[in-house]
Design a protein around this ligand. Structure first.
Ligand code: C2O
Ligand code: CU
Ligand code: CU
Length: 430
């Protein structure tokens, strides 16, 4: 924290090498270290400034996924950092406590840059999250879980997309926080996992092999109104969920990803990853556990709009070739929204393969999924939603500004291969 109370972070994008396991020494990229980046943390109302230096030999950018901030600070493809250059975005945190993340966003190369290792978590706190009886000792009973899938070709990271994988690259192993075969010793009854799907194409359905249920407490943009019990939570690329799981003394339990029943047709399940299952993270409980207070019955009120004050609707049709029939063009503004207003966006995927939909700058509310009230897992604040083929969602979004007619924000499919190929559009707030 500097003199005027601003929280200051330094990030350096750099090339290095990582030994993922014995003999698997491979070139990687990271922020400050050789793979991934530090967890950044700030509280609502705080000013934040990040000084980013690009120590790579190609241009990149750093985007604050899920953050409400001025378009000039967003770190999308219009805020590129040249090799050797620096960029120092700053903003005031003005949104609820949440698990956000940061990653590069260079047009046409996002998949490659993220896969090389450029990603990190950005945790936001607020008064309510401080007060609530939720596990909150970082690294003790409150654990960051950055999930990525990898494939190795001998000792090298293999980033090639197989020919039938029309969702993008799919690995055959998973890593948590850059570690293969991860486990974690825990010593509390309740453990909070901040799950981030930082994979470029793979969707996971997280759960436990013994079928135990856990409590979903937060989605992408923060807390639910109340904890929701469930035994699976599905996250497509870019999505986050906070879950709280109850441990039994002395046990070992594996967080796993299971085959997905809603993923798509037989082709997609087989070649797009929907039938796969993976061990993700083993939790090893101590022989004696510290008691944890019960979860609060209520977590708080949603700040996302309910759509009743919407001033207009828009439609987004998702296709591999682009959104609404147009491939991304950095020089074209697709949508213009008015600062301070709420809109309802209808997003439809009839493209025969899975997509998802992410909007910069806002946290939105899912009003309907195929005409129905959304399931509990979609009732919290969201910035990214998974749309298997045949899905239509209605979303309520409020654009609170500031206005900047010259600088667009992005919306796009967060299967990064699709994004890179042009499944992205731009909107400005005026
Ligand atoms: Cu996580 Cu436009 O990105
Ligand atoms: Cu984003
Ligand atoms: Cu897509």
């Amino acid at each position: 924290v500097d003199k005027d109370g601003t929280r200051v972070f330094d990030l350096r994008m750099r090339a290095g090498e990582t030994e993922f396991e014995d003999g698997l020494r491979t070139p990687t990229w990271g922020f400050n270290g050789s793979y991934l980046g530090p967890t950044l943390r700030a509280a609502r109302g705080e000013k934040v400034r990040v000084r980013i230096e690009n120590g790579l030999d190609e241009a990149s950018s750093v985007h604050w996924h899920g953050m409400h901030l001025p378009a000039r600070m967003d770190g999308g493809p219009h805020q590129m950092i040249e090799p050797g250059g620096t960029w120092t975005p700053h903003w005031t945190v003005d949104q609820p406590a949440a698990t956000l993340w940061y990653h590069p966003h260079p047009h046409g190369a996002t998949e490659r840059h993220v896969r090389r290792g450029l990603a990190g978590m950005f945790i936001l706190d607020d008064d309510r999250s401080e007060e609530l009886a939720l596990p909150k000792r970082y690294g003790v009973d409150d654990l960051p879980v950055i999930v990525q899938d990898m494939r190795f070709d001998g000792a090298r990271l293999d980033g090639e997309r197989r020919i039938m994988q029309n969702v993008g690259f799919l690995g055959d192993r998973t890593m948590v926080n850059g570690t293969l075969r991860p486990y974690r010793d825990v010593a509390d009854e309740l453990i909070r996992l901040r799950l981030l799907n930082a994979s470029t194409a793979r969707t996971y359905a997280f759960g436990f092999p013994d079928g135990r249920s856990f409590s979903l407490t937060a989605t992408d943009g923060g807390l639910l109104e109340r904890p929701a019990p469930m035994d699976r939570v599905q996250l497509s690329p870019g999505e986050r969920a906070e879950i709280v799981v109850r441990m039994r003394a002395g046990e070992r339990v594996m967080l796993r990803s299971f085959p997905q029943d809603n993923y798509g047709d037989g082709w997609q399940r087989r070649f797009g990853g929907g039938d796969d299952s993976f061990d993700v993270l083993e939790l090893r409980a101590a022989g004696e556990l510290r008691p944890s207070p019960d979860l609060p019955a209520a977590l708080g009120e949603l700040e996302t709009p309910d759509g009743t004050d919407a001033v207009r609707g828009r439609h987004f049709d998702l296709k591999r070739s682009g959104v609404n029939g147009r491939a991304m063009d950095l020089g074209r503004v697709d949508e213009t929204v008015t600062r301070g207003t709420t809109e309802v966006w209808t997003v439809r995927n009839g493209n025969g393969m899975p997509h998802n939909f992410h909007v910069h700058d806002v946290q939105f509310r899912v009003l309907e999924v195929n005409g129905e009230i959304p399931p509990a897992a979609l009732r919290g604040p969201k910035d990214t939603v998974f749309l298997p083929n045949g899905t239509t969602m209605r979303l309520a979004l409020r654009f609170s500004g500031p206005a900047d007619p010259a600088t667009p924000y992005m919306y796009h499919c967060h299967l990064l291969y699709h994004e890179d190929e042009g499944m992205m559009g731009q909107f400005v707030v005026v």
